[in-house]
Design a protein around this ligand. Structure first.
Ligand SMILES: [Zn+2]
Length: 395
């Protein structure tokens, strides 16, 4: 009894120590395997590409925003803010998101201002451009389209005119509204406007909502200009667009999306708007020869007149709208109340069943309503521009 009593506790203690040792050693042996399995799960998919602005000097670095943030937020939030944006983890990055911040895209009201400049007739940095044949039905002055099956389509167009003696503006409020409400539209840009607004031009061409069109180099009156001077208005603008397109596609921010971007951004401009809405047989033939469809309008907002109110613009559009309409307005600082008019007619048109499309989309959706001369509302009503601009055009 006494031997068993003496032996039993020792044996029990030894056994207990053995069990503890075996358990600890087993855990130690097993431990390295467990975290390896756990760590493989949270490793993020391929490294995300942080947005890189096309112009590094204007792009905020990822560390800038947190500097002005209060430090009272918990660590995870602060770390999140300090980290570069990681949109690709949850949704595909668009070209706009990849190349510009939201602030850069929204711009400022100051950009709408028009500045006087000394006359600049210098050519674009390169003169080469592509030519594409234009189908016969499109070789006229197109005023609207009759959509097949009467579909309620409407093309909003905004001219970005810039003359030789000025640097005109960029109406950020218009573009922001269209983006916020996902409204498709066409911007007819002057070639010199594109040169003086390269970043805005690249943003418009990178945005799948928008189409860019040709609005002549320095808003020349193509009924007065002839020969090389007339052709330069058309072809320099084509060349400037193609140059900026190439510049955008070569930007480092585009690299991860290069294939889709290259396919999505048209290689050349396909539509043209005559400055002052004036043309003659020669200039219409010249535009068509380059492969451009001449686009007029059937609804005039009258927005260059300072007295034209937002409600009057909306009333005009809502009272004249018909399937296939083309509306002319301005986004270069000369559209006085255009941005304020948008909320007054865009939701109303949608409520009536209208869908916004670009001009090229509209042309593909039906039969063009075209004439053989250019005018504002009725033939001959724009002759005043010939008298007003003749002296300047001859310089
Ligand atoms: Zn214009």
């Amino acid at each position: 009894m006494s031997q068993r009593r003496a032996f039993s506790p020792r044996l029990g203690l030894a056994l207990a120590l053995l069990v503890v040792f075996a358990f600890t050693a087993g855990r130690y042996w097993l431990l390295p395997r467990t975290p390896v399995v756990e760590r493989t799960q949270p490793v993020p998919p391929p490294p995300v590409t942080p947005p890189i602005a096309a112009k590094p000097e204007t792009a905020p670095t990822p560390s800038e925003p947190p500097v002005i943030e209060p430090v009272s937020t918990p660590a995870p939030v602060t770390v999140g803010r300090l980290s570069p944006p990681q949109p690709s983890q949850t949704r595909p990055v668009t070209l706009l998101q990849a190349c510009w911040t939201a602030e850069q895209l929204r711009g400022s009201p100051q950009e709408k201002q028009i500045q006087k400049q000394t006359i600049d007739r210098s050519p674009p940095a390169r003169l080469s451009y592509q030519i594409s044949p234009l189908s016969t039905p499109l070789q006229q002055c197109i005023r609207s389209v009759k959509p097949r099956h009467g579909e309620k389509l409407v093309a909003l167009t905004f001219d970005l005119c810039e003359q030789a003696h000025e640097r005109s503006g960029y109406d950020a409020a218009i573009v922001n509204y269209l983006r916020d409400q996902q409204v498709k539209a066409t911007f007819f840009a002057g070639g010199k406007w594109m040169r003086s607004h390269p970043e805005r031009t690249m943003q418009l061409m990178a945005d799948p909502l928008f189409e860019l069109g040709n609005h002549a180099w320095t808003h020349g009156n193509l009924r007065l200009l002839q020969g090389p001077a007339m052709m330069a208005q058309i072809t320099w603008t084509q060349a400037e667009y193609e140059r900026l397109r190439e510049q955008l596609l070569q930007a480092s921010c585009v690299a991860p999306l290069a294939t889709t971007a290259s396919a999505a951004i048209p290689t050349r401009l396909a539509v043209f708007r005559f400055p002052y809405g004036v043309c003659n047989t020669e200039s219409l033939a010249a535009v068509n020869q380059v492969g451009l469809a001449a686009i007029q309008w059937n609804i005039v907002t009258g927005d260059p007149a300072p007295g034209q109110t937002a409600s009057a613009i909306a009333r005009t559009i809502l009272s004249q709208i018909q399937p296939g309409s083309i509306v002319v307005a301005h986004a270069n600082g000369r559209g006085w109340h255009t941005a304020a008019a948008l909320p007054l007619f865009v939701p109303a048109l949608r409520a009536r069943g209208y869908r916004f499309v670009t001009v090229s989309e509209l042309l593909a959706q039906g039969e063009v309503v075209a004439v053989d001369s250019c005018y504002e509302l009725k033939p001959g009503d724009n002759l005043k521009y010939d008298r007003r601009r003749s002296a300047q055009a001859k310089k």
